[in-house]
Write a protein that binds this ligand. Sequence first.
Ligand SMILES: Nc1ncnc2c1ncn2[C@@H]1O[C@H](COP(=O)(O)OP(=O)(O)OP(=O)(O)O)[C@@H](O)[C@H]1O
Ligand SMILES: [Mg+2]
Length: 236
Amino acid sequence: MPENGDQMTENGVVLQGDGLTKQFRSGDLVVDALRGVDITIKRGEIVAIIGPSGSGKSTLMGILGGLDSLTEGRLEVGGVDVTSMGENQLAEIRNAYIGFVFQQFNLMPTLTAVENVALPIQFASTRKFNPRERATELLTTFGLQDRLKNRPSQLSGGEQQRVAIARALANDPPLLLCDEPTGALDTENGNLVLDTLFQAQAKLGTAVIIVTHDPRVAERANRTLVMTDGRFGPAG
Ligand SMILES: Nc1ncnc2c1ncn2[C@@H]1O[C@H](COP(=O)(O)OP(=O)(O)OP(=O)(O)O)[C@@H](O)[C@H]1O
Ligand SMILES: [Mg+2]
């Protein structure tokens, strides 16, 4: 297993999926949520994924992040085949190499902004950073230096999402997976959150995948993938 983000992206490929297939079964009913998706994500690129509701975008994010298992196909994270990894190993990959940002911010309500961001560093098996220092630095980078000691209920939605992005970046993962990160925000806050994701790319070199219904995101991304019925189709 690679030791850190630099090694894992030696050939510039952060993540590669081949023929990713996911079926959900309940009783006799089979849903083909992913029908053979090929995807390659390179270091530091921002990729938007758009497509209609039910087309498989969130399913794909769950698979890429190791939150859900594949029915068929092969997935490499940083050159390591994770297709048949057990839950413990997968959890380690997740914590070290992949950050998650969801539509709901999912911050711990009783913790301050700094404490929320510091948490995943405290849980990391190999600690790369001083938790409080790193948390303060990231929040400052994202313009939240005056909100360090605020709890989530004392922050706006946009501020909460920026704290959630800082938390996702706490262990310096090479890849950030964002599922509709601006979905719960108004235009202004949505734009601030987008700026934050682009800052992460520019300053930390993080590759970012953004699932979105928002055409502004797709306009700013390096490339856009269009999902239809469990597959990527031609853009446009
Ligand atoms: N746990 C599950 N069990 C059964 N079917 C599921 C499950 N999760 C998703 N599906 C089905 O898989 C398909 C893809 O769902 P998915 O959530 O990936 O779509 P999506 O593109 O993210 O949609 P949206 O834009 O509405 O978020 C849908 O038909 C959905 O009903
Ligand atoms: Mg979804």
